[in-house]
Design a protein around this ligand. Structure first.
Ligand SMILES: C[S@@+](CC[C@H](N)C(=O)[O-])C[C@H]1O[C@@H](n2cnc3c(N)ncnc32)[C@H](O)[C@@H]1O
Length: 261
């Protein structure tokens, strides 16, 4: 810029009048400003496309998958309400040690807990007596119908049932102390949208706890798309803004990962 001004001064009155030189330098300044704005815009677009290119890809669906991929992981089909007997099976207590999950949540009586992807309410019923309120969220009406009848049967009245959307949890803002997701994350059709929604709904010091079958355990007789590795879970959850606090490797077959905002 200085060079340009000097050049015009030297030639003042000979080839380019000073006024014109001033106008030209203003034009150059404006051009530089526009260029800088374009550069910024370019980096914003590049950054967004880097994130969203990673987001969802589509391909041939495998037998248990929906043909939609997130960070190379195929998203699993949702477990239908026909699977309630499996969720409520007696052997679950000994095979998965669900009480260990509940005891390690460190729930206090004043807490508001969300049981996200609550299904028939297996965890809802274990948590409700320990806290002030449970929001049980599921996308299937049929799951809620069974959850409701089992809550009535067990005289539990501090549970609010919420029908969630595919991209939104429908949870209230800033009320949740702990959000628990047992055996749900791998089947979220829009994991990024749901996790960012959860991030915005949790209290500032709220915790997110994910329980998923260990992919690292090759002996584990669970459908491949129903298992996840610690590395994959962490990658996907941290993209939504959370950071991993710990993995309590205390369950027989599942990871129990704690995330904070
Ligand atoms: C395998 S079941 C687990 C149920 C329960 N957490 C348990 O461990 O007993 C997964 C549940 O997540 C629910 N689910 C899947 N996608 C969901 C979404 N986007 N929002 C809410 N619930 C969802 C399904 O309807 C199903 O009831």
């Amino acid at each position: 810029m200085v060079t340009i001004l000097r050049f015009f001064k030297k030639n003042d009155g000979v080839t380019v009048p000073m006024k014109e030189a001033h106008r030209t330098s203003l034009l150059v300044l404006k051009l530089q400003k526009v260029l800088n704005q374009m550069k910024l815009l370019y980096f914003i677009v590049l950054f967004q496309s880097l994130i969203f290119n990673q987001t969802y890809k589509f391909g041939e669906p495998s037998i248990d998958g929906i043909g939609k991929f997130y960070f190379q992981r195929e998203i699993s089909k949702v477990m239908g309400h026909q699977g309630i007997n499996w969720l409520e099976r007696n052997s679950r207590e000994s095979a998965e040690d669900p009480n260990k999950v509940v005891n390690n949540l460190d729930v206090v009586l004043t807490d508001v807990v969300a049981d996200f992807g609550s299904g028939s309410g297996y965890f809802t019923r274990k948590i409700a007596p320990l806290c002030s309120l449970v929001y049980a969220v599921d996308i299937q009406e049929e799951m809620h119908a069974v959850n409701k009848s089992l809550l009535l049967k067990n005289n539990i009245d501090n549970v609010e049932l919420i029908i969630g959307g595919h991209k939104t949890t429908n949870l209230p803002l800033g009320k949740i102390d702990i959000l628990l997701m047992v055996d749900v994350y791998h089947e979220l059709e829009f994991p990024y949208e749901i996790m960012t929604d959860i991030y915005s709904k949790l209290k500032t010091r709220g915790r997110l706890v994910l329980v998923e079958y260990r992919e690292e355990d090759e002996e584990l007789m669970i459908k491949p798309l129903h298992k996840m590795s610690e590395q994959q879970i962490t990658l996907e959850i941290e993209i939504a803004g959370f950071s991993l606090e710990k993995n309590l490797d205390i369950l027989p077959t599942q990871h129990m990962l704690f995330f904070k905002k």
